[in-house]
Design a protein around this ligand. Structure first.
Ligand code: FES
Length: 117
């Protein structure tokens, strides 16, 4: 698990940040990045897709992105009280959390992982 220094550039709609080189985020791995006051976890699931969620559980602000990551199911389990979140939608699949967390668009562009925040 790594917290990276990010570089910024602006688009007309949202801020796009560079997370890392694409080969530095293989399937089954997560990178934690800081975007302003937020931390965001960027995950590459078993299907090779990238998903990004805020690192703050909707139940009690637990460090969600740092929980146990199941790349096959594309879920992460909050390390504080155990709610399981779907990384594709940001929605909890189990209690005690019942509200979704914010999700962000992530993609590979020019060999780098880009994140829109
Ligand atoms: S803080 Fe995540 S389940 Fe309670």
């Amino acid at each position: 698990m790594t917290t990276d220094t990010i570089t910024n550039d602006w688009t007309s709609v949202a801020e796009t940040i560079t997370v890392c080189r694409a080969d530095e985020l293989p399937e089954g791995q997560m990178r934690l990045v800081e975007a302003g006051e937020r931390k965001i976890g960027v995950f590459r699931c078993g299907d090779g897709e990238l998903y990004a969620i805020e690192d703050r559980c909707s139940h009690d602000d637990g460090p969600l992105a740092e929980g146990e990551f199941d790349a096959g199911a594309c879920t992460v389990e909050c390390p504080r009280h155990g709610s399981l979140f779907d990384l594709r939608s940001g929605r909890p699949k189990t209690l005690p959390a019942f509200q979704p967390v914010d999700i962000f668009a992530a993609r590979v562009e020019d060999g780098e992982v880009k994140l829109e925040v």
